[in-house]
Design a protein around this ligand. Structure first.
Ligand SMILES: Nc1ncnc2c1ncn2[C@@H]1O[C@H](COP(=O)(O)OP(=O)(O)OP(=O)(O)O)[C@@H](O)[C@H]1O
Length: 584
């Protein structure tokens, strides 16, 4: 449960908070390991100041055995704490993986500006930090004062020297933090922008290669790449300078501590054993600070990753499973639908309204750019900037849980969007392949015989985005995927764009079968040949409804408008929205 008010924790903090027990266990093992880290120091003191003086073999053996035992316990504690952290990291991934996956997809749809491609990289970065040296150094840090106290106990000058070095290391860490965060962030942003640019162009490699566009695009990429290089160079230079200073302080500390101990020994204020022990102790007291300095970059990286991921999860909260509803029937109502897009002054859809009873076929017509595909996306509840309502069985479509609603919907987008995998997997929407349902969907899309002619039948791999299939085959596989599992609402965006006459006849039969089982169908097309299957027509013009109603009524009205417009010499009417002449 999320806490409210002062104790409110974000979802991500809550996920980490759930591992508090593990962190306590790590703290306990760290305590044991750190206390036992005093064992070599004590051993050294005993060897130099006691065994060497008394020359007692027995004391040496006893001291060695005890110290060995301490080492075993120390090694076990170190191993256990790393193990607990690694397991916690895996569990964290398990807890957040699905959420980040879903939120990434939602973010992609809403284009909310959250860094989608980075989301999983961010999760890995957080996990690696939480399970890495940074966290261990954080647990070791509180024990540094114990070593300091022992140093003060050996000689106050040694204690003060350690303090000075600690302050120097700390100041360096702070300086590094202040001055390198922004350049490092900018460098990583520039690098991912350059990578994303290249990636997006690689997707269209055929077009670029065939028309010799590679040469033209290279300078665009080079500019981004150069910027990334420059940023990276600047950040690296700073980081290297800080690392060099850090090394200087560390080496100085090691040697100066020994020199200081020697001075105290010469002065008779410290035993030789104390000198060696102090040297080791000082190294241990400063090691966590050293590690923190070494890991502050990953800390900063993990912190930014944490913030980005937190924003992503906040913008795309988990849907409440209690909202689960009964299976929809397929009645669709659209009310005053206004769909906008970033960077466009005018909305794409400007107040579209229609009401479609369950089990009817609506053919959507209109000229290019009139908003048909946008309407299709709104009907699927996947268009981000909308006002007005799209209701499925009277309930807002974007309020449904997608996992729950998805199987009841079928969608064939204009660019089909198949995925690498087999034909069967694509038709089955990458869920569990139910052979009977897959074959039924393929039959329904008039694809079954064609698939059987492939050497591997339904197991034929279709390549990335289906590029091993022809345009018409891709469209039919997309159609079979849309009708898979008997959905109640199917939206087909230009499903006949790549089809020959046989394919179009199969499409008509598919739509008739869908209708026969009570499925609501929206079919977007430019080709009037398919109007025969329509119960209703919806004609869009410039984002507005120009005509809507039963097919014959709309057609009669259009014909009347056409003949009225043809009697005086006047330009052909735009009534049919760029449609070829309405067949009689
Ligand atoms: N993501 C988007 N961002 C901004 N504008 C968009 C976006 N998608 C579509 N548009 C614009 O919205 C308008 C309608 O596009 P839409 O794809 O809905 O038209 P359409 O009627 O399906 O056209 P066609 O018949 O050519 O497929 C177009 O002017 C297009 O430029």
């Amino acid at each position: 449960m999320k806490k409210t008010g002062f104790f409110h924790r974000s979802e991500l903090t809550e996920a980490l908070w759930a591992f508090r027990r593990e962190f306590i266990v790590v703290g306990i093992f760290s305590m044991v390991a750190n206390v036992l880290m005093l064992a070599p120091t004590m051993y050294m003191l005993q060897i130099f100041d006691r065994v060497m003086m008394s020359r007692s073999d027995l004391t040496l053996i006893a001291m060695s055995l005890i110290t060995l035992f301490f080492f075993v316990v120390m090694a076990f504690s170190e191993w256990m704490r790393s193990r607990v952290l690694v397991q916690a990291g895996l569990r964290l991934d398990g807890v957040l993986g699905a959420r980040v996956f879903n939120a990434s997809f939602e973010a992609r749809l809403t284009q909310s500006g959250a860094s989608v491609a980075r989301a999983f990289g961010d999760l890995i970065q957080i996990r690696q930090f939480v399970t890495g040296n940074g966290t261990l150094a954080f647990f070791d840090l509180p024990w540094a004062p114990i070593y300091l106290a022992v140093l003060f106990f050996l000689h106050p000058v040694l204690g003060y020297a350690a303090l000075v070095f600690a302050v120097l290391q700390g100041a360096l860490a702070w300086f590094g933090h202040r001055h390198t965060v922004a350049p490092a962030e900018e460098a990583s942003k520039a690098a991912s922008e350059s990578g994303a640019y290249l990636q997006s162009k690689l997707r269209n490699a055929e077009v670029l290669e065939s028309m010799g566009m590679v040469h033209n695009l290279r300078p665009h990429w080079q500019a981004r790449h150069d910027k990334a290089l420059e940023m990276n160079g600047r950040a690296q230079a700073l980081i290297h300078r800080i690392t060099a200073w850090s090394k200087f302080i560390r080496y100085s500390q090691q040697s100066l501590a020994l020199g200081l101990g020697a001075l105290l020994v010469i002065d008779g204020q410290l035993s030789p054993g104390g000198m060696i022990a102090a040297n080791v102790l000082m190294g241990k007291a400063l090691a966590p600070i050293d590690t923190l300095v070494g890991t502050w970059r990953s800390f900063i990286g993990a912190r930014s990753a944490f913030e980005r991921l937190e924003t992503l999860l906040q913008l795309h909260p988990e849907r409440d499973p209690s909202l689960s509803r009964v299976a929809p029937q397929g009645a669709v109502t659209v009310r005053d639908l206004v769909a906008s897009a970033p960077g466009r002054a005018q909305p794409i859809l400007k107040g579209v309204s229609t009401a479609v009873p369950a089990g009817t076929v609506t053919v959507v017509l209109g000229p290019s750019g009139s908003g048909k595909s946008t309407l299709a996306r709104c009907l699927m509840g996947i268009w981000p900037g909308v006002s007005g309502e799209v209701l499925l069985d009277g309930l807002p479509i974007d309020g449904w849980d997608r996992m729950e609603l998805g199987p009841h919907l079928g969608y064939l987008p204009q660019d089909i969007e198949l995925f690498e995998g087999s034909i069967a997997e694509n038709i089955a929407r990458f869920g569990e392949v139910d052979a009977e349902k897959v074959i039924a969907a393929a039959r329904s899309a008039g694809l079954h015989e064609m698939i059987l002619r492939f050497p591997k039948g339904y197991d034929t791999p279709i390549g990335e985005a289906g590029n091993l299939l022809s345009g018409g085959q891709r469209q039919r596989v997309g159609l079979a995927r849309a009708v898979y599992g008997d959905p109640v609402l199917v939206v087909l965006d230009e499903p006949n764009a790549n089809l020959d006459d046989v394919g179009e006849a199969a499409l008509v039969s598919t739509v008739q079968q869908l209708k026969a089982r009570g499925c609501t169908v929206f079919l977007i097309t430019h080709r009037p040949g398919i109007l025969g299957v329509a119960d209703r027509l919806l004609i869009l013009q410039d984002g507005m409804v120009q005509a809507d109603g039963p097919r014959d009524a709309v057609l009669n009205a259009l014909r009347a408008a056409q003949s009225a417009a043809q009697s005086p010499p006047s330009p052909p009417p735009a009534a049919a929205g760029g449609l070829q002449p309405i067949p009689a």
